[in-house]
Design a protein around this ligand. Sequence first.
Ligand code: NAD
Ligand code: WQD
Length: 342
Amino acid sequence: MNRILVTGGTGYIGSHTVVELQNSGYEVVIVDNLSNSSTDVLDGIASITGKKPAFEKVDCRDKQALADVFKKYPDVKAIIHFAASKAVGESVEKPLLYYGNNLGSVLNILELMGEQNVGNLVFSSSCTVYGQPDILPVTEDAPVKPATSPYGNTKQIAEEIIRDAVYADNRLKCIALRYFNPVGAHPSAAIGELPNGVPNNLIPFVTQTAIGIRECLRVFGDDYDTPDGSAIRDYIWVVDLAKAHVIAVERLLGNKNRKGVEFFNLGTGKGLSVLEILNVFEKTAGVKVNRKIVARREGDVEKVWADPAFANKELGWKAETSTEEMLATAWAWEKALAAKRK
Ligand code: NAD
Ligand code: WQD
């Protein structure tokens, strides 16, 4: 049997990926310390797939506990490593927490891969490694720019650690997926994004404002060098993103001769400004979003969107879901959360 170990599997992207893995016939074991998620997510997953995934409450910084998971599940064939702390602002305030968590976990995973002879890794990286690219759309060959936050730096350093570890041990291979801006939820509204406190990311803030939890969305800057002055990003539906992980696993398992680390951009190839996405959301949801323009947010890039051609060609994967559809799932999820609160 092929079992996939998914660290951070009760988190936002991890839970959607577990659904796609189970729907593709894989057994899964989730490892999560529940620092940013809860076991309720396991019920959400089961309500979609009909099967509760195996779950181990383990901190990836605890190597012995992780080793015990490998012993308990000797059929693990690949690891998808989502577990990380991801709040950019918090990483500026607590850099050592971010370096310790994000890099400590990667080191343990890589060491155990060697020790347990599980050679296949899919790693969650980010478009943040490109900073503000000189050429758009950005390809995987674009230079990695100096990070603007400790969080961003952990992704750059993790990519380098993985590159060196894989180079040194030819039993290891890795696919590093550089996500652009994941948004939305599963169409069932049984799982979705659960921001802790005030959301940092745009779409949860938009849906929380639309439902009345937040008073007003602050649009960070209208003086960028973009057609409407607001910043541009490549928003990708989380389910499209999740499906790319299944393909990445299949690519690793399917070709025993594949070597080294491969990097893929996971985006749609389409850039949307903050004001554009707000307009699409208002039309799709049929609600007005109270907003005001404020100063730029420190550390934000002006515009970035992916060239996904390499992923499209090599993985045979494409993010085709429209902005309207992805935002509709984000709104359905926010409404489902509101119904649960009542
Ligand atoms: P998330 O916070 O929803 O999920 C991460 C999960 O990892 C959580 O369930 C958390 O409890 C768990 N976790 C954290 N540290 C852990 C540890 N030491 N041991 C075990 N579990 C631990 O975040 P997400 O949005 O699903 O992100 C998943 C991955 O994708 C992260 O590596 C993140 O950096 C990366 N990423 C996210 C985005 C985004 O916008 N969401 C963009 C690019 C990359
Ligand atoms: C999107 C746009 C904001 C909130 C971050 C990380 C990145 C990656 C994804 C993990 C920007 C604007 C936002 C608000 C706004 N994560 N905005 N008002 O900044 O592109 O990327 O998440 O790897 O590393 O940096 O995403 O959703 O925060 O912002 O105007 O209240 O929305 O300025 O232009 P970002 P985001």
